[in-house]
Every structure is written in C-alpha cells, then in structure tokens.
Design a protein around this ligand. Structure first.
Ligand SMILES: CCCCCCCCCC(=O)SCCNC(=O)CCNC(=O)[C@H](O)C(C)(C)COP(=O)(O)OP(=O)(O)OC[C@H]1O[C@@H](n2cnc3c(N)ncnc32)[C@H](O)[C@@H]1OP(=O)(O)O
Length: 193
C-alpha cells in the first residue's frame, strides 16, 4: 500500500504554547515502568496490551504494542478499539511522564490507515504538541513491526489537566500510592495549570 493521505485539519486546533517538560521528567533512553500494575495498557494484566515505553530524543515517547490473538477483531487482525486503546496509553504516557501534569483523555481521534495483523508489533511514537491552559494536545504515529515501518495508524488526543482528587474521588481513594512509577507522590506532579 502506498503512503496514505487523509484530509488535513489544523493541529493543535487552538493556539497553544510549546510544552514545558518537567525538570524531573525522565530523560532520553529511560525505559518507563508500568504506571499501574492493573492498567490494561501497560500493566501486568491477562490479555492486556502489555505495552512498554521508552523516552526518546526531542520529547518523543516510543511505545510497543505486541498484537496477539487475544486482541483480534476480524480474524487475524487487531481490534480497532484496542488499537485506539494503545494510542490512549501511548499519548497519556507522553503527557504524564514528560509534563507530569495530572490529566485525563478528553478526546481521542484515530485514523486507521492499514490493517494490523496478529503477530505484528505496533511501534508508536508519541509527542506533546502544545498546551493551552488545562488543555494538552498530543499526537502519535503507529508503525508496523519497526520504528520506521509503514504507518498503520495516526492519533490525536486532547488531555485535560485535572486535580489529583479526580483520581481519588472518582476512582480509588488510594490511587496515588498505586502508581508504580514517578510521578506517584503529590509533590511529584506539576499541579499548576
Ligand atoms: C504517568 C501516568 C501515565 C498515565 C497514562 C494513562 C493513559 C490513559 C488515559 C485515560 O484513559 S484517562 C480515562 C478516560 N478519560 C476520562 O475518563 C475523562 C472523563 N471526562 C472527564 O472527567 C471530564 O469531562 C474532563 C476532566 C475531561 C473535563 O471536565 P472539566 O469539567 O474538568 O472541564 P471542561 O469540561 O470545562 O473542559 C475543559 C476544557 O477542555 C475542553 N474539552 C473537554 N473535553 C473536550 C472534548 N471532548 N473536545 C473538545 N474540547 C474538550 C473544554 O471545551 C474546555 O475548554 P475551554 O477551557 O477552552 O473552555
């Protein structure tokens, strides 16, 4: 298949500032641990995505999603919803680790350009594109089987900064202590929008 094109829409869709990476953000070459053991994206969960991420140069976070039979939609092909899930994880990891601003996905759009077969590994490169107040814009490309393989998917996400109480009030009162990597303590986060 040739390089796929889709209609171009402005990104970020509003005026933004360049992202300011947290002074204690992990540097290039750092392998990121799972952020929560029960996370479907990166945790130690049966039939989860088992994604692993590494910080690259220039504010890029590289993630790998090994596609198995547990992730099928059509026979032999990855389920589109799980592919979108992989991008949510990859984009969220870039936002959370590089900015250390607590944020949740507000909007996620995914362009599916090529089928992703079982047995392939999706190599996702994610970056933070801009920040407008609480709104954090990030995007990613997903390459088949190598970092420079053909692009199978592209995604764009809006993450909205929230207070840490978002996790403790709506989720688990002990949420912060259950993060398995930095940022996990209140003082590890940049909570000022
Ligand atoms: C180290 C850690 C690594 C972590 C990796 C984790 C990866 C996984 C990440 C996730 O999956 S998070 C889970 C999925 N997401 C959610 O559960 C979020 C559910 N939604 C909410 O909780 C609220 O709707 C939300 C916090 C997103 C926003 O509610 P708020 O009341 O705080 O804010 P508001 O609605 O005023 O929106 C703030 C701004 O964002 C804009 N906005 C929000 N959602 C939007 C949307 N969908 N489209 C466009 N704009 C949107 C909104 O218009 C507004 O713009 P302005 O400031 O310019 O007025």
């Amino acid at each position: 298949m040739s390089e796929k094109r889709r209609p171009a829409t402005p990104w970020p869709p509003v005026e933004t500032e360049a992202p300011r990476f947290h002074p204690e953000a992990p540097g290039p070459g750092t392998e990121l641990a799972m952020h929560y053991a029960e996370c479907f994206g990166c945790g130690d969960v049966d039939n989860g995505l088992h994604m692993r991420s590494t910080v690259g140069d220039g504010g890029v976070v590289y993630s790998k999603f090994p596609v198995t039979r547990a992730h099928q939609g059509a026979p032999g092909l990855a389920h589109g919803g799980l592919l979108a899930c992989a991008f949510d994880e990859a984009l969220g990891s870039a936002v959370g680790n590089l900015l250390r601003r607590p944020a949740v996905t507000g909007k996620l759009e995914t362009d599916f350009l090529r089928p992703v077969p079982v047995g392939t590994t999706l190599f996702i490169a994610a970056r933070v594109d801009g920040v407008a107040g609480r709104k954090i814009y990030a995007s990613a490309d997903g390459h088949l089987d190598s970092a420079d393989g053909p692009v199978a998917l592209r995604a764009r996400g809006l993450f909205v900064q929230v207070g840490l109480e978002h996790f403790t009030n709506h989720g688990d009162p002990d949420a912060l202590s259950k993060f398995t990597q930095q940022p996990r303590r209140r003082e590890d986060w940049d909570i000022n929008p």
